[in-house]
Structure formats: C-alpha cells, structure tokens
Design a protein around this ligand. Structure first.
Ligand code: FAD
Length: 412
C-alpha cells in the first residue's frame, strides 16, 4: 500500500483541532483530522470567553455558533462570604467581542467539527493515533474503529489531543506543572433556580458564577448556566482540603455545596442529572511546544487551571497562531517555531498564570472584592478575564505581575 500523504494531520477534533483544520483548509492545505471518539462526546470546559469569538470568526464558524441556541454569556460573577461582585465583559479595555456563550461541550464540539466538515475538512471519527515516527516527515500509526491499523504521512503534524496529550507522552515531552495538583468534582444539574425566592440577590444566567468556600479560599465552585434550565456545577481544591473523597462523588459535591451559604440557597431545589465525575492533577506542562515537524495546541501543551475559563480560548488562540506558522512553512518560508509560535502563545498563557497564582494565594481575590475599584483599571483586568491576555497594549498583560501587585497594594 502507498501511504496516504497530507499537508497537515491533526490529532483530535476538539475546539483546537477543528479551528486549526478549518484555518488550514481555507489556505488550500490538504488536512486530515483523526479523532478517537464518536461525537457528540462529553468534555469539561463549558464556559467560553469573548476573545474566542474572534478565532471562531476567522474559522468562519461564528454564524453556526451564534445560531445554535447556546446560553448567552456577558461576564463573570463572584461570590464569597455573602459579598457579590461581577465583571461585565462588554466594559473592557481591549477592542473585540464582549459576549460569548456557555455551552455543553458535546454539542459545541460536534458543531465545530461538523462545520469544518461542511467546509471540506476530512475528519475520521473512531480512529486513534497510537505511534509517531519523526525520523523523516511525520509518520502516524493509527488504529481505525474496526481495529484495523494503517499509516498516514504529513508534512506537518498538529497535536490537538487535549488531555490525551499524545505527543507529550509518545515523545517524552511531559514536564511537571508549576501549580499544585488539584481535584475537580463536577456534574450537570436541573437547577430550578427560578423557583428560589432571593431577597437581596439577583442570580444572572448570563454569567458564570464563581463562589469561594467560606472557610478556605483555596476551594472554589463554578456554576455555569446553560440555555435548557441546566447548569454545570463543580468544585475545585487541593485533595486534602476537600475532606474524605470516597466513591460517592455526589455526596462529596453536595456536602461542599452546602458549606457555601449562597450556593446552598440557590441550589436548594437542584437535581443532579448526570453522574458526578472527578478529574485530578490536570495541570500539565511540556518541555517543547513546537519544532519544524510538530506543534502542540491547546491542552496538549500547557494546561494551567480552570478558574478563569481560559482553556478553550487558549486552545483556539494556539490553533490560530500555529495555523499561520504552518502555512508559512508549507509555502517555503522560514519559521522559527520558538520565536514565531511558542513565545507569542506563552505571552497570554503567562498572563493567565499570574492571575491563577494570585487567585490561589488570595491577592487577586482581594482585588476582585475590593469595594471601590478604579474604573479604568477594572476595564484592563476585565479584558484579561474576557480572554484578551495577548493584548500588548494592556499594561496588565505586558507587566502582569508588577501591575497586579500595585493594585493589590492599593486595595489594602
Ligand atoms: P479537547 O477538547 O480535550 O479535545 C481533544 C480531542 O482529542 C478529544 O476529542 C479526544 O478524544 C481526542 N484524542 C485524544 N487522544 C487521541 C488519540 N490518541 N487519537 C485521536 N484522538 C485523540 N475551559 C474553558 O474554556 N472553560 C471552562 O469553563 C473550563 N472548565 C474546566 C474545568 C476543569 C475541571 C478542567 C480540568 C478544564 C476546564 N477547561 C475549561 C479547560 C478545557 O477543558 C480545555 O482547555 C479544552 O477542552 C481544550 O480543548 P482542546 O481542543 O485542546 O482539547
């Protein structure tokens, strides 16, 4: 058999894989996406940031997403010890979309993949990448849904395998994260929040609600409303802080929810509608993000933490940045993958890192709940929370640590 040849092979059809495939196909490249699961499939990561609407637009997927009936999102609300505050993403420093959606990832990821297919991209579902040979052009060994092995060869390889982390595992690129290992326990609920009497508080379905545990600021909860009366509900913390975690994840989750008075009140009539799941040690890093043969996209590269819902935005941003470099290289131009891809991508990832670290050590929580924020500064921070972590006009991006510490002092 002759081995089939492609310009680019992409491992995984999550948001980073579908967006990259679409962008490369638009540039006339012959692309194959290999996805081991059948879609729709469950994935965590349901609250998007407005910045990712730009990448969906580039990929000509915006109309499909706008018309799909997903829950509108215009900000993030925070709640700790009876105090509430929120960021309105349309009131931000960086130009660009200020609203987005909260999505069940089964249908969202399927919509992006189907849209890429309609555009002409070839996606094979049920085909698992098992081995890679990089001694010449990347050669992939695959097993299809019937269990039959075959190979394909690409001029360039993109790993969009998410937590599958195919290339980091096969090429020994995995490195420990600089963040401690945390556990997330989560489910979907029929929330029935509209039946709850709330005297002094207005619940806003257009925002993700992040709540902080009253006794331990390291434990936090997400509540992400969907458009069908359901919410995604989860709790995150270092495992030793979450108490006894046996097999009954639902009772652990509900015990922790009932320890936070506002959530306890909001969710008094909620019904769990899917088995609780648990993920731990999801923060990950790699030694190399890209070479002239392969690049890691999204979660296959570095994954920080879910607190600011940055995962899908980083995934799509990496797809957009990598696609431009791949096109350049395939068209015969020189690409320095460190300078042209890894460093610019890490600018935004490192901005998020500053805020994630400051969230867990409490500095950023103090800033968020400060009662008299300067409106200009709030807009600059709001830009980052809306996903615009690569905007070099924003001093809170270019000097994230120093600027944040200045504000922390002001809020004292
Ligand atoms: P994925 O969406 O994971 O897609 C990878 C695909 O590759 C999968 O479909 C998989 O089947 C396929 N694959 C894997 N191995 C192989 C193989 N060997 N061969 C072929 N195919 C393969 N992000 C947000 O933006 N908002 C949130 O609110 C949010 N909440 C989160 C909460 C938690 C607890 C965690 C852990 C993460 C959260 N994230 C969130 C992050 C988000 O889940 C990811 O960043 C996002 O899904 C990454 O997209 P991706 O395209 O890189 O990978």
């Amino acid at each position: 058999h002759a081995i089939a040849q492609y310009d680019v092979v992409i491992i995984g059809a999550g948001p980073s894989g579908s967006v990259a495939a679409s962008l490369l196909h638009q540039q006339g490249k012959k692309v194959l996406v290999l996805e081991k699961q059948a879609f729709p499939r469950f994935s965590i990561g349901e609250s998007l940031l407005p910045c990712c609407m730009q990448m969906l637009d580039e990929a000509n997927m915006l109309d499909a997403v706008n018309n799909a009936g997903f829950q509108f999102k215009n900000g993030a609300a925070f709640n700790a010890n009876g105090r509430s505050t929120h960021f309105d993403f349309t009131d931000k420093f960086t130009p660009g979309p200020g609203t987005t959606f909260q999505v069940e990832r089964g249908s969202f990821d399927k919509l992006l993949a189907d849209t890429a297919i309609e555009q002409g991209v070839e996606i094979r579902f049920g085909d698992t990448v098992e081995a890679i040979d990089l001694s010449a052009d990347p050669l992939l060994s695959i097993v299809d849904k019937q269990g039959i092995p075959y190979q394909v060869q690409a001029r360039y390889l993109l790993d969009a395998s998410g937590f599958g982390r195919v290339l980091p595992r096969l090429l020994d690129l995995e490195r420990p994260s600089d963040l401690p290992s945390r556990t997330a326990i989560f489910t979907h609920i029929d929330d029935h929040i509209d039946e709850i009497e709330l005297a002094d508080y207005q619940f806003d379905r257009n925002k993700i609600l992040i709540s902080v545990h009253p006794d331990n600021r390291d434990i936090w909860y997400w509540l992400i409303p969907f458009s069908n009366g359901r919410c995604s509900l989860g709790v995150v913390g270092e495992p030793h802080l979450l108490g006894d975690i046996g097999d009954d994840l639902e009772s652990v989750l509900m015990r922790l929810v009932n320890e936070e008075p506002r959530l306890k009140q909001l969710l008094a009539k909620a019904k769990v509608v899917r088995p609780c799941a648990r993920l731990e040690g999801y923060s990950a890093n790699v030694s190399t993000l890209a070479t002239n043969k392969f690049a890691l996209l999204g979660n296959a590269g570095e994954f920080l933490d879910p607190v600011f819902s940055s995962g899908v935005t980083i995934a799509m941003q990496s797809a957009s940045m990598a696609a431009k470099c791949v096109v350049k290289q395939l068209n015969g131009q020189e690409v320095d993958w460190q300078v042209d891809y890894a460093a610019p991508l890490m600018l935004g990832v490192d901005t998020f890192r500053t805020y994630v670290q400051a969230w867990y050590d409490g500095r950023f929580q103090d800033v968020i709940f400060f009662e008299a924020p300067n409106p200009k500064i709030k807009q600059m921070i709001c830009s980052i929370l809306a996903g615009y972590a690569w905007d070099q006009n924003n001093p809170f991006v270019t000097e994230s640590e120093r600027r944040l510490n200045m504000i922390v002092e002001l809020c004292k």
